[in-house]
Write a protein that binds this ligand. Structure first.
Ligand SMILES: [Zn+2]
Length: 165
């Protein structure tokens, strides 16, 4: 396990349009009890991450209820599309917090991406960064947002991101 608390948060802000939050929630709830997953496209600055679009991807995991694996062909296409900044996946039965397998997966693609979103049905049994439904959040779905950062030893970790509404 990685210790998230040994680095000062940089207070980067995430701009996530309500239209995209609705799409993420719909995908998460539509694919329940499997994990939904997909790619996020947008723009980066040192202070702000802006999401412009979301592309759902097929979850090819052997056990999609507990993990996600992108369809390789779909994922490669995303990697060659300009503006790929991050990924989203859902946790159908647990809070939207990074799991051990999420942190293992992050080590493989952390260098490609800046943004990591996890969504869960609300209430998510505690553990969410936001403990109240943010204004405009689609009913029944909670998102946690993280930026992907790199330690001096080359490993990747997740920092909490503040969402702006
Ligand atoms: Zn996960």
């Amino acid at each position: 396990m990685h210790d998230f608390k040994d680095v000062e948060p940089r207070n980067r802000i995430l701009e996530l349009p309500e239209s995209i939050r609705v799409l993420l929630a719909k995908d998460g709830l539509d694919r329940d009890p499997d994990e939904a997953c997909g790619a996020l496209f947008g723009r980066l600055s040192p202070e702000v991450i802006t999401v412009d679009s979301y592309m759902p991807l097929t979850n090819m995991a052997e056990n999609p209820r507990h993990t996600f694996t992108f369809d390789p062909a779909e994922w490669v296409r995303c990697c060659y599309t300009s503006g790929l900044i991050g990924i989203f996946h859902s946790h159908p039965t647990s809070p939207p917090l990074p799991s051990i397998s999420d942190m293992e997966g992050l080590q493989h693609f952390g260098g490609l991406l800046s943004l990591y979103l996890i969504g869960s049905k609300f209430p998510a049994n505690g553990g969410a960064i936001q403990d109240e439904m943010p204004p405009g959040t689609p009913d029944g779905f909670l998102l946690n947002a993280y930026s992907i950062a790199r330690r001096s030893n080359g490993s990747y970790f997740l920092e909490n991101l503040i969402m702006s509404y």
